[in-house]
Design a protein around this ligand. Structure first.
Ligand SMILES: Cc1cc2nc3c(=O)[nH]c(=O)nc-3n(C[C@H](O)[C@H](O)[C@H](O)COP(=O)(O)OP(=O)(O)OC[C@H]3O[C@@H](n4cnc5c(N)ncnc54)[C@H](O)[C@@H]3O)c2cc1C
Length: 437
């Protein structure tokens, strides 16, 4: 008798259902295009759909199968917000831009995605489940409640506070200090989402080509030459949509993006009753801890999908799995001893101001920097980038004013991530000591 192999698969759980991102059939690359998009994730495909629907000749190029980046690997949570408060955003960008940043992140991007999924009939288990933002420290509760009041005075944001005494209505864990419910936030299968968006871009007329790394971009007075491993394309405009996978050919962008890995595991089948006993309303759950965990029921409600920053660098799989299991059991001690069936990772693209950005630099357009939250923001800003390229006033977005700041000590490869890992662990340790009862 052979022993059952209990080593988790290292491919995303989502791929079991939606399939892995499919390779594209190699078509001849055109000599010229109106718009070449580098990166075939949610940003690039959404931009391609918008520009192609307006009659532009669009080519999307991805180094691997389109969708193979973060877009088919993520936690599948839809709906956002910002790490920065209203005051912090206002101090940095002025009150009007701050209001725009908040409105687009909380409302407009999510509404855009909901509409797009409906209009294009994308099969990706999209469901409005709501989110519980679980507070890590007692002293966060009152300021978070005050900030929520201010946000609700600014826009029609549905949300309410849940005190710690009632926390078990949302989660069978004593780890948190109450939190916020956002009932309009949603869940989806990210692999189905990005595959459906790719079909929509192709239906609109865009040529999407995987296995075509862009190796460099040259510029003449009137056009760009996009160099690829399969030959050059002359392009009127170029959009860089590489987010956490931005690499050497795009030096200036690489200096602005910090490729922080995020890790996820799927539990074995626990059964619907058991999962419901842990997360009664099936909400998406995100913590406010510095190296935060995020988790949810699987779309069929039979497993927990649990993500977190087991490390801030590409740590070895065995170490990551140990850490992820420890975090899962810290939240749900009831799950001690359960088996993990999948354990995978992907790269988020953080910016130095924690804000995504869309704009133009050295003539190249860009949309990137979702800082861990891109299921709604990436397609939204891809769409906005395309409109801006077309010269459409609807391309106006507050995220064209956030910029892509750099730091002198980040000249290329993110050498500092292991150091950041130690710093954030220490900060979590301190925050853990002062969490309050
Ligand atoms: C583990 C994990 C969990 C997450 N969870 C959530 C979540 O629950 N909710 C949420 O909102 N967000 C989440 N995110 C973030 C979200 O997935 C991303 O913000 C979003 O997918 C970014 O989309 P994108 O198209 O900009 O980038 P990506 O999907 O990463 O695509 C970039 C593409 O660029 C390509 N590329 C790079 N260089 C080149 C080149 N030279 N030539 C050609 N192609 C190139 C890459 O191959 C890649 O396919 C998570 C991310 C990760 C990694």
């Amino acid at each position: 008798m052979t022993r059952r192999d209990t080593t988790p698969r290292t491919t995303p759980f989502w791929w079991e259902d939606a399939g892995p991102p499919a390779a594209t059939e190699a078509a001849p690359l055109p000599a010229e295009a109106d718009l070449v998009i580098v990166g075939g994730g949610l940003t690039g495909l959404s931009a391609a759909r918008t520009a192609a629907r307006r009659g532009r000749q669009v080519v999307v190029l991805d180094a691997r199968a389109p969708g193979m980046g973060a877009s088919s690997r993520n936690g599948g949570m839809v709906g956002g917000g910002h790490r920065l408060s209203l005051d912090a955003l206002s101090a940095r960008f002025g009150a009007e831009t701050a209001a725009g940043l908040l409105r687009e992140a909380y409302l407009d991007s999510a509404a855009f995605v909901e509409r797009l999924i409906r209009d294009e009939a994308i099969d990706c288990d999209y469901r409005v489940t709501g989110r519980f933002r679980a507070l890590w420290r007692s002293r966060e509760y009152d300021p978070v409640a005050r900030e929520l009041d201010r946000l609700q005075a600014l826009m029609p944001l549905e949300a309410w506070m849940l005190p710690r005494a009632r926390q078990h209505e949302e989660i069978a864990s004593d780890l948190y200090r109450g939190g916020v419910i956002y009932p309009r936030h949603a869940a989806l299968n990210p692999a189905g989402w990005v595959a459906g968006l790719r079909d929509a871009a192709q239906r609109a007329g865009a040529l999407v080509q995987g296995d075509t790394p862009v190796t460099g971009i040259g510029r003449t007075a009137t056009a760009f030459t996009v160099r690829t491993t399969r030959g050059p394309i002359r392009a009127g405009d170029v959009l860089i949509a590489t987010n956490g996978y931005t690499a050497a050919p795009f030096h200036r962008f690489r200096r602005a993006i910090i490729p922080v890995p995020s890790f996820i595991v799927a539990t074995e089948v626990l059964g619907r009753d058991r999962v419901r006993s842990l997360i009664p309303h099936g909400r998406m759950i995100v913590e406010t801890r510095e190296r935060h965990c995020y988790f949810r029921p699987s779309p069929d409600g039979r497993r927990i999908i649990f993500g977190g920053r087991a490390a801030m660098f590409d740590a070895p799989e065995a170490l990551v799995r140990r850490q992820m299991r420890a975090l899962l059991v810290q939240v749900f001690p009831q799950l001690k001893g359960i088996r993990l069936t999948h354990s995978w990772r992907g790269r988020t693209g953080f910016t130095f101001n924690f804000l995504p950005a869309v704009g133009q630099m050295g003539g190249l357009w860009y949309a990137m920097g979702y800082s861990g939250s891109g299921n709604a923001m990436a397609p939204w800003l891809g769409h906005k980038a395309a409109l801006r390229i077309l010269g459409d006033p609807e391309g106006e977005t507050a995220f064209s004013r956030t910029g892509l700041p750099t730091r002198w000590w980040h000249p290329g490869p993110a050498w500092f991530l292991p150091l950041a890992d130690v710093t954030f662990r220490f900060r979590d340790l301190l925050a853990g000591i002062g969490r309050g009862t």
